[in-house]
Design a protein around this ligand. Structure first.
Ligand code: PHE
Length: 339
C-alpha cells in the first residue's frame, strides 16, 4: 500500500488527481482509516505496533501528497505566468493616423504664409446678409453683376454667402485705423447654385485677402500674389495679370500662373496657353471703402480671392472637384502631410 500510494503520488499530474489520491488513501473510507478503525479488535501487544506502523505510513503518504501538491501549485502558477507574459520590448501595434483634408492643407499653408507677414486670420458667417455679400461690395439690388454668382437665397435678406468677400466688408467696418493698417485673410466655404460636375460644386472654398493702408499700390498686390504662387506651386512660378472686372475692385485683374505641368510650353491642362488662371484681385473700389466708413482720399488697398479647391486640383492634378467631398479615404489618404 505504501509503495503503491507513493507511486500514484509521484505520477499524478494535476491538482485534481492528487486530491483524488488523497481522498482514496487517507480519507474516511480509505485503507488506513480502515486499519486504524480495526485496532479495537487487536490484542494489547499488537495494537501499538500496528498503530505506530499505520501512523507512520499515513504521515509519510500525507507528507508526499503535501509536497506533490506544492510542486503542482508552483507548476500551475508558472504555466499561468508564461501564458500571460507580455513582452514590453515588442513594437506597438501600428495605429492608423488620419490627416488634414487636402483642402485644409492648402488653406493652412496659405494661413502660415500670411500669419508670417503679420496678417490676421478672420472668419465670417456662411449664412450671410445680402447687405454684406452684395450691397457693401458695391453690388446694389439690381446690379447686373449679381448674376455672376448664382445665389442660394434663404430669405430676401439672408443667403448662403457666394464669396468670402463679405468678410472684407465686415472687417473694414470694425477696424480701428488709428491702431494701424488692416491686413487680413479669410478662408472659408462658399455656396453657389451650380449643378455639380467635374469642375463645379455647389459648395467650395475661397481664401480672401485684404490690405488697407495709406500707400498701398498695385505693385504690392502683384508681389503678394507672386509670393502665393511660389509658395503653393513652387519657386519657378511666374504670374501674369490680365484686366478683368469685379464690382468691388478697380482696377480688377485676373491672375494666371505659368502652367506647372508644361512650364509655359502649352499642354492640355492649360489648354495650350501655357498659363493657368488661379485668382481674382484688384485695388479696393472707393465706394467699398466709403460704405465701410473708410476715407478713400486717405486710405486704399488691394484685395484678392482665390479658390483652394482649384489650387489643390492644379497642384495635385485632380481632375474632378467632387473627389474633395466624397470622403473616400482611398482618395484623401494620398495627401498625407509630412513633417
Ligand atoms: N470674390 C471674387 C469672386 O468670388 C474674387 C475676388 C476677391 C476678386 C477679391 C477681387 C477681389 O469671384
Amino acid at each position: 500500500l505504501q509503495e503503491k500510494g507513493l507511486k500514484q503520488i509521484r505520477e499524478s499530474e494535476d491538482l485534481k488527481q492528487i486530491n483524488d489520491i488523497r481522498v482514496n488513501l487517507l480519507g474516511k473510507k480509505g485503507p488506513i482509516t480502515e486499519v486504524l478503525r480495526g485496532m479495537k479488535d487487536l490484542s494489547a501487544e499488537e495494537r501499538p505496533k500496528i498503530g505506530s506502523f499505520s501512523n507512520a505510513i499515513k504521515n509519510e503518504l500525507a507528507e508526499a501528497i503535501r509536497l506533490k501538491n506544492e510542486e503542482l501549485e508552483i507548476k500551475k502558477t508558472a504555466k499561468k505566468l508564461e501564458k500571460e507574459k507580455i513582452d514590453v520590448t515588442l513594437p506597438g501595434a501600428q495605429i492608423q493616423l488620419g490627416q488634414p483634408h487636402v483642402i485644409a492643407q492648402v488653406i493652412e499653408e496659405l494661413e502660415d504664409l500670411f500669419l508670417g507677414m503679420g496678417y490676421q486670420v478672420v472668419s465670417g458667417p456662411e449664412i450671410e446678409e445680402d447687405h454684406y455679400n452684395f450691397e457693401m461690395l458695391n453690388l446694389p439690388a439690381d446690379h447686373p453683376a449679381r448674376d455672376m454668382q448664382d445665389t442660394f437665397y434663404i430669405t430676401k435678406e439672408l443667403l448662403m454667402r457666394t464669396q468670402t468677400s463679405p468678410v472684407q466688408a465686415r472687417t473694414m467696418e470694425t477696424h480701428d485705423f488709428s491702431k494701424g493698417p488692416l491686413k487680413m485673410v479669410s478662408p472659408g466655404k462658399v455656396y453657389r447654385r451650380d449643378t455639380d460636375d467635374a469642375t463645379h460644386s455647389h459648395q467650395f472654398h475661397q481664401f480672401e485677402g485684404l490690405v488697407i493702408d495709406k500707400h498701398v499700390t498695385m505693385a504690392d498686390l502683384k508681389g503678394t500674389i507672386e509670393l502665393i504662387a511660389k509658395t503653393v506651386f513652387g519657386e519657378e512660378q511666374e504670374i501674369r495679370l490680365r484686366p478683368s472686372y469685379f464690382p468691388f475692385t478697380e482696377p480688377s485683374v485676373e491672375v494666371d500662373v505659368t502652367c506647372f505641368k508644361c512650364h509655359g510650353k502649352g499642354c492640355s491642362i492649360c489648354k495650350y496657353t501655357g498659363w493657368l488662371e488661379v485668382l481674382g484681385a484688384g485695388m479696393v473700389h472707393p465706394n467699398v471703402l466709403r460704405m465701410a466708413g473708410v476715407d478713400p482720399e486717405v486710405y486704399g488697398g488691394f484685395a484678392f480671392g482665390l479658390g483652394p479647391d482649384r489650387f489643390a486640383m492644379l497642384k495635385y492634378s485632380i481632375d474632378d472637384i467632387r473627389n474633395f467631398y466624397l470622403n473616400d479615404n482611398r482618395f484623401l489618404s494620398q495627401f498625407t502631410k509630412r513633417g
